[in-house]
Design a protein around this ligand. Structure first.
Ligand code: ADP
Length: 705
């Protein structure tokens, strides 16, 4: 029994021992699993905290496109994650050395430093590495971040985005001494994330910069640019367009482009529609009645990547103010046209001059003969009037061709006298047209100017007035009223009872070649020439239209009164010796007939050479020479003025065509007499020569070679 009990005890003890052992093992297992669980929980916590930190960083980074802010945050978080003593980010910039863009902790002093390409430190070196590089303190020697900056241990990771290295992230002395696999993973994750955000921020900077550049250019352009939507409303405008509209950029946004610039314009709407379709459009030039400008429009569709159907299709519109450019072009064309016409005219006029001069001169001469029958006299008067009229046309054309150059006489002129003479000249024409002239001429001080040019002014204004009055229906009076008066200026008004000047004609009145008259009735030169003559005399011409559409027009000219005393015109009955140098037989005949009748002697030189020979042996009171006469390729008058300077005051040069001779005459200071001349012109010109001679104290006929 005892033995049994002992055995039982042994068994029990053994069983107990077995149970105790199992319990111990169980307990041990339990302890181990508790440790594992704790470790796992720690790990989990750590991972979670990393994740939250990464999320936080990611949130901060994605919330900003400011490069500086981004790199600062990357540096700060990297330092915090790895409990490092310092961190830095160095970025590459094309064409520049690597630069420390942000630095914290023990590396803070390095912020802003450039890293030379040949620097052997970890910062520069890491750029060329594929992945993270860790340098442990345990390796003995200090770790060089830059050649002159060392630390115990460090890690560097290149920042790579889209296959391009944008910089490097470096941390110094991480908290755990050595970096574990989790640390390196974390650092790599931060680096990958940071690289993408940095690259994006750089793209953003580039786009921003390009946008700023583009906007600056957009606003610097002198042409207006607008982006308009489907409905033609301005969605963007540059400064020039806003200025064109007299407004500001914010104020023009939302306005209808066509309405704002042109009032409604079908042509512009068509252009926009065509551009919207993607057609290549031809620019259109349109006149803006609201802005009083001429504007050229061009438009193009703004390519949209893939517009959903019904989406707005904007077009960009170029708005150019071409008013001045057009005016310049027109002026250029005009002046080219004028130059060509001028040449043509002067050539033709030259050919017409001599025959006209003879017809007018000789018919006038014949009219002065007493023994003429009445009928013949009437015929002759018509011949004379018509030749005179033709002469006036030629003179107008010549003045036009000469515009801006050529010698102009300056003498004291009584405008009333010019008006009186012109009326005499035109009396036949006026009578034919059944136009009555009423005069109210007050005494005037003389004006200083070219008598012929001023006469042309009177002729042109009277001709227009007569034509206007003659256009009246029968029953309406045909009257021209001429008024002169003097206040601070010498003034002359020509008013007619004609139909008046329509609104659309008014702006073109003084434009050369503008005429509303039938071919043969008007050349369109009268008022433009009148304008130039007035300008050359320091005068003005203005047009008046009676209010209330009664018809009738009035032209008003005003001139400054001359201050000097009038030159005395020789009227004494002195017999003169005259030398005539002109190879046109008709001109010779007329001049001879005229001066011979006044008792003067006229000697005719066969040619210019002969004239020079005559001048060697004789003295003359007047040398009347054709401007074109030549001695051995030289202008005769030029030769004469040079070889006989004392005779200069007695030379009268007959000029017709516009030639380079005009400039020569002006240079030499010789008196011109314009062909075609009539008897009065010639007498007046000669009298002025003799008058000047008398004033200068040179005795008549006393000059010698
Ligand atoms: P032209 O008389 O040869 O046509 P002008 O330069 O003298 O050339 O005149 C230009 C235009 O001005 C004329 O064609 C005419 O339409 C207008 N005009 C000039 N004077 C008058 C006037 N007195 N009444 C009405 N219209 C006039």
């Amino acid at each position: 029994m005892q033995a049994f009990l002992d055995a039982l005890l042994v068994v029990a003890a053994a069983a107990l021992a077995a149970i105790g052992w199992g319990a111990i093992r169980l307990r041990r297992r339990l302890v181990r699993s508790e440790r594992d669980r704790r470790r796992a929980a720690d790990e989990l916590n750590r991972r979670l905290s990393e994740l939250f930190s990464l999320q936080e960083l990611s949130y901060i980074l994605s919330g900003s496109l400011q490069l500086d802010h981004i790199v600062e945050q990357v540096v700060r978080y990297a330092m915090r994650f790895l409990e490092a003593q310092g961190a830095l980010v160095a970025l590459t910039v094309e064409g520049e050395p690597l630069r420390v863009t942000a630095a914290e902790g023990t590396l803070a002093a390095l912020a802003g430093r450039a890293v030379p390409a040949n620097d052997q430190g970890l910062v520069a070196r890491s750029l060329g590495r594929e992945r993270l590089e860790i340098v442990h303190a345990a390796s003995g020697a200090p770790t060089h971040l830059l050649e002159d900056v060392a630390t115990d241990s460090a890690a560097a990771v290149p920042l790579r985005a889209h296959g391009v290295v944008v910089g490097t992230l470096v941390i110094a002395n991480p908290g755990h001494g050595a970096l574990g696999p989790e640390d390196t993973r974390l650092l790599s994750t931060v680096a990958t994330h940071a690289a993408i955000v940095i690259a994006n921020a750089r793209f953003f900077q580039m786009v921003q910069h390009a946008k700023e550049q583009w906007e600056t250019a957009f606003d610097a352009l002198s042409e207006g640019i607008a982006v308009v939507d489907d409905h033609g409303r301005i969605t963007r405008s540059n400064r020039a367009l806003a200025a064109m509209l007299g407004s500001t950029i914010p104020a023009v946004i939302g306005c209808d482009l066509s309405e704002a610039l042109l009032g409604s314009s079908a042509a512009l709407l068509e252009l926009l529609a065509a551009a919207r379709q993607g057609d290549r459009v031809q620019p259109v030039v349109l006149r803006s009645a609201t802005l009083h400008r001429t504007i050229r429009f061009n438009a193009a569709r703004i390519p949209a990547p893939a517009p959903p159907p019904g989406n707005d299709q904007s077009v960009v519109v170029l708005v150019e103010d071409v008013t001045d450019q057009q005016a310049l072009e027109a002026q250029l064309i005009q002046s080219e046209k004028l130059a060509a016409v001028g040449q043509l005219v002067s050539g033709v006029a030259h050919e017409l001059n001599n025959p006209l001069t003879s017809i007018a001169g000789l018919s006038e001469f014949l009219l002065e003969q007493k023994e003429l029958g009445t009928k013949d006299r009437d015929h002759l008067r018509v011949i004379h009037e018509q030749a005179d009229r033709a002469g006036r046309i030629v003179r107008n054309l010549l003045t036009f061709a000469r515009k801006g150059g050529g010698p102009a006489e300056r003498a004291l002129v009584d405008l009333n006298d010019v008006i009186g003479r012109t009326l005499l000249l035109m009396s036949y024409d006026l009578k034919l047209q059944d136009v009555a002239v009423e005069k109210d001429l007050a005494p005037l001080p003389p004006v200083l100017g070219d008598r012929h040019a001023l006469q042309q002014v009177v002729v042109n204004l009277l001709t227009n007035a007569a034509q206007a009055a003659a256009a009246n229906q029968p029953g309406r009076p045909r009257i021209i009223r001429l008024t002169t008066w003097f206040d601070d200026r010498v003034r002359f008004r020509v008013a007619d009872s004609g139909p008046g000047i329509p609104d659309d004609v008014l702006p073109h009145l003084f434009t050369p070649f503008f005429t509303t008259k039938e071919p043969g009735q008007g050349t369109g030169l009268g008022l433009s020439i009148t304008y130039s003559i007035m300008e050359a005399h320091g005068g003005r011409i203005t047009v008046e239209r009676p209010a209330g559409g009664e018809g009738g027009a009035a032209f008003l000219v005003d001139l400054p009164a001359a201050r000097a005393e009038a030159p005395r015109t020789e009227t004494l009955d002195v017999k003169r010796a005259i030398l005539l140098v002109d190879d046109d037989p008709a001109a010779r005949r007329m001049v001879k007939a005229l001066f011979a009748r006044d008792g003067h002697t006229v000697e005719v030189a066969r040619n210019a050479q002969h004239a020079l020979e005559l001048l060697r042996s004789r003295t003359y009171d007047l040398i009347l020479a054709d401007a074109q006469a030549r001695v051995n390729e030289h202008l005769f008058v030029e030769r004469l003025a040079e070889s006989h300077p004392a005779l200069k005051d007695r030379i009268l040069v007959a000029t017709g065509a516009v030639t380079s001779a005009d400039a020569t005459l002006a240079r030499l200071g010789l008196r011109p007499v314009r062909k075609p001349f009539n008897l009065r012109d010639l007498r007046d010109a000669a009298a002025r020569v003799w008058g000047a001679g008398a004033r200068a104290g040179a005795g008549a006929g006393a000059a010698g070679p």
